[in-house]
Design a protein around this ligand. Structure first.
Ligand code: SAM
Length: 347
């Protein structure tokens, strides 16, 4: 089968074999790319019209017990200036975001032991109490099933935990021995079982990634059948072991976004910050590859530069309102608009 036929098959069946994915990823041409992106945009428009969902990202701590080789927050990075927001500061971010139209707040952070279950549940409950019409998404790493259950019972709606790579050997080259793919996957299956709208995902162009591992990522995404998928280019951070590695390709990221949209038609698919950092039009190009979500930063401006996952991460000093106005202009320039809604996954 040629690549166009494979893309059509993916659209019809929602699946391809590993070898078919490998063929697509290793031999796609500019025409195949255009074809995939056009299909992906059409599929997204059928579900979401020209509306883009926004999520207010609150990067509430950059303290992390884990040591992922790619991440600027890793505990071995002694050059990082650490911070954590107080509960009141987190609530202030929501207070700024709500009148701007945000109806989802994403609490993202390193795996900071200070924020134990009681503290996290208390924060989630407070947000839900103050903003009952809003969704809360958590992105706080690996926890026991019991902890995830407590957070769900406290009112958290969604959880983002990228699987990073679905190949165990590749996973072991990106993480210290204490972190395993098996444990990451278990967390994802636990989250799904509990009832969270669950997001997995991976970086494009991470060191040691191959077309085979990407094919395995796509097969794992098919198997997990998540409600959200986060895909963005790997970008090096100078104070990590991967500081001198080459950044991931924007073009391949866009192609993979399109394939994921074609495979999981209803999935919530962000045009990620990493994509917007790697190319100044990255988020627009992501939308024009089938993405339907953007996650503007609601963190206080003075901490944004400290949440440096990779070098040059977008961290403008602009206030949330200004940032959103700029984003609205950008999505309008390509024929879309921002929606004031929770933007839940629709079965
Ligand atoms: N600690 C939580 C976790 O592990 O899920 C949430 C925060 S973590 C910083 C969020 C995501 O950032 C990771 O899943 C990873 O894919 C991404 N990330 C980290 N370092 C990156 C880099 N150098 N380039 C691109 N993305 C990166």
């Amino acid at each position: 089968m040629n690549n166009i036929e494979l893309i059509k098959k993916l659209e019809e069946l929602g699946a391809l074999t590993k070898d078919e994915f490998i063929q697509l990823i290793s031999t796609y041409t500019a025409d195949d790319m255009n074809f995939a992106r056009t299909r992906a945009v059409r599929i997204a428009k059928e579900r979401f019209g020209n509306k883009i969902y926004i999520r207010g990202l609150i990067e509430f701590t950059n303290i992390c017990r884990q040591d992922c080789f790619y991440c600027g927050l890793r505990c071995s990075n002694k050059a990082a200036e650490r911070y954590r927001l107080t509960k009141d500061e987190i609530l202030s971010c929501c207070e700024v975001g709500y009148p701007l139209g945000f109806r989802t707040f994403v609490l993202q952070g390193g795996e900071d032991p200070y924020f134990d279950d009681d503290k996290m549940c208390d924060i989630v409950r407070s947000i839900k109490e103050h903003y009952p019409d809003c969704a809360v998404t958590l992105s706080i790493g690996e926890k026991s099933k019991e902890s995830y259950q407590k957070l769900f019972d406290a009112g958290a709606d969604r959880f983002l935990l990228r699987h990073e790579t679905a190949n165990a050997e590749h996973y072991s080259k990106l993480h210290p021995k204490s972190q395993t793919l098996a444990s990451r996957k278990q967390c994802l299956f636990d989250l799904k079982e509990i009832g969270f709208q669950t997001g997995c995902g991976f970086m494009v162009g991470s060191p040691y990634q191959t077309v085979e591992t990407i094919a395995e990522d796509l097969l794992f995404i098919r198997e997990l059948n998540p409600e959200m998928v986060g895909i963005g280019p790997f970008l090096p951070h100078k104070d990590t072991p991967f500081g001198n590695e080459v950044p991931g390709s924007v073009e391949l990221s866009l192609f993979l976004l399109a394939l994921v949209r074609i495979m999981l038609k209803k999935v919530l698919l962000p045009a990620t910050t990493a994509l917007g950092t790697a190319d100044q039009n990255g988020r627009e190009m992501g939308i024009l590859s089938g993405a339907n979500v953007v996650m503007p930063n609601l963190s206080p401006t003075d901490v944004r530069k400290k949440y440096m996952l990779y070098d040059n991460k977008i961290a403008t000093g602009s206030e949330a309102a200004e940032g959103l106005a700029d984003l609205r202009k950008r999505v309008q320039s390509i024929g879309y608009d921002i929606a004031v809604t929770r933007g839940d996954f629709q079965k």
